[in-house]
Design a protein around this ligand. Structure first.
Ligand code: ATP
Length: 229
């Protein structure tokens, strides 16, 4: 799951200034999404070709090796609101970069990890947000492939939000009749006719055959709810 580890996070900023180190698939996706949402992005990679390819899309793009302290100082990394370390395969480069960013006063670091030991070291260094994109997406897809849900989004360690088909036994009943919270310990947040349009759920919402429900709750309870026939 795409899990953020740690409690503190940057204040929500309308216009953030973000350093994205490593422009592989993950780094590129983050950098492009940030740009799309109106933020400033400085992309950094050691690969000349990648830097050339991305320079037209990002605010600024630089070819540099971020395992060098002098490079980070030259880039004035301390002036950025957040930094993303999107280096996964080269664990040494990832750890050195994260450690130097912390040393240079960058507090909000989001680092990609490809394995548990890699993630553990990043956390031990003091990286607040360690993400496991492959593992997290694998978990998410597993829930969809098995047919338990149409989508599965972990919100925290033990809290998920899922999109699931409503069980036939719910047809024609309101959420109040079904006593979803007291009977199943989950909350139906929204409903849809399966057309991609969602309405907020109310106690008087009547479930019809084929409705899609967005359900939130503790993992075990949501899993049980999704197994109702
Ligand atoms: P992805 O899965 O996102 O494509 P990955 O997990 O395989 O990437 P890597 O291949 O290790 O991760 O690195 C991603 C990018 O980071 C590459 O484009 C690589 O050139 C760049 N990179 C690696 N080391 C450094 C470094 N020291 N400084 C800057 N960029 C680096």
């Amino acid at each position: 799951m795409a899990k953020a580890v740690g409690t503190s996070r940057p204040r929500r900023q309308i216009h953030a200034n973000v350093l994205v180190i490593g422009l592989g698939r993950f780094g590129k996706a983050i950098a492009r999404e940030l740009m799309k949402n109106g933020h400033e992005v400085l992309g950094v990679d050691t690969d000349e070709q990648i830097v050339q390819q991305m320079s037209a899309e990002l605010t600024q793009c630089v070819k540099a090796d971020t395992t060098q302290d002098a490079v980070l100082k030259e880039l004035s990394v301390k002036d950025f609101d957040s930094a993303v370390v999107a280096i996964g395969a080269d664990v040494e480069a990832s750890i050195l970069t994260a450690s130097l960013l912390l040393q240079n006063g960058v507090e909000n670091i989001w680092a990609k990890s490809n394995s548990e030991p890699h993630g553990r070291i990043l956390r031990q260094l003091g990286v607040k947000h360690v993400v496991f994109p492959e593992k997290d997406m694998g978990n998410r897809v597993a829930h969809m492939v098995s047919g338990e849900s149409l989508d599965y989004v972990p919100i925290d360690e033990d809290f998920v939000m899922v999109k699931a088909e409503s069980p036939d036994s719910f047809n024609g009943k309101s959420l109040a009749d079904l006593k979803i919270r007291s009977n199943h310990g989950v909350t139906v947040v929204a409903t849809s006719k399966g057309d991609g349009q969602y309405q907020p759920a109310f106690p008087e919402t009547i479930i019809q055959k084929g409705d899609v429900l967005v359900v939130a709750g503790q993992t075990q309870q949501v899993d049980k709810f999704c197994a109702i026939g």
